[in-house]
Write a protein of this length. Structure first.
Length: 147
């Protein structure tokens, strides 16, 4: 499985999500980022939830947040990506390729409220987005060896 972020086809957007869970407080924060085929941010957001039973429920809420956010922004062709195998088996990604959503999710506890951004991400995640865009423009090593 690749650990770099891979873009969707040109007619779709990719919605990446992750959750940060605090067992002691029974709270979670979900982070979502929507990007187009060029890696440009179409929207991002964070939502805080209370009374969350466990990490599985936190990831499920983050997935719901991702799907709802994409629907609210009126995207029609959406690829959903998360790092929870149980929640999204067919599009499961590792944490490294989902780092933007993970960073936004962890930020939720720091900022203390729910927010969304259109065509941008919070300042703490700009460097991660730029790294992803740079990596997606480089050919895979396997492809380079064959060529």
């Amino acid at each position: 499985m690749s650990s770099k972020w891979l873009p969707p086809d040109r007619r779709a957007v990719k919605v990446s999500f992750d959750a940060a869970f605090c067992q002691h407080l029974k709270q979670c924060s979900s982070g979502v980022v929507i990007r187009n085929n060029l890696g440009l941010v179409m929207g991002s957001g964070v939502v805080l939830y209370s009374h969350v039973a466990d990490a599985f429920a936190a990831e499920a809420l983050a997935c719901l947040h991702a799907i709802t956010f994409a629907r609210d922004m009126r995207f029609r062709k959406v690829v959903v990506e998360g790092d929870s195998r149980t929640i999204v088996v067919k599009v499961q990604r590792d944490r490294e390729s989902n780092l933007v959503a993970h960073t936004i999710a962890r930020m939720g506890f720091k900022i203390g409220n729910s927010q969304c951004w259109v065509e941008e991400v919070p300042p703490d995640t700009v460097a991660v987005i730029e790294k992803d865009r740079h990596l997606m423009q480089q050919p895979d090593q396997a492809r380079s060896i064959i060529a």
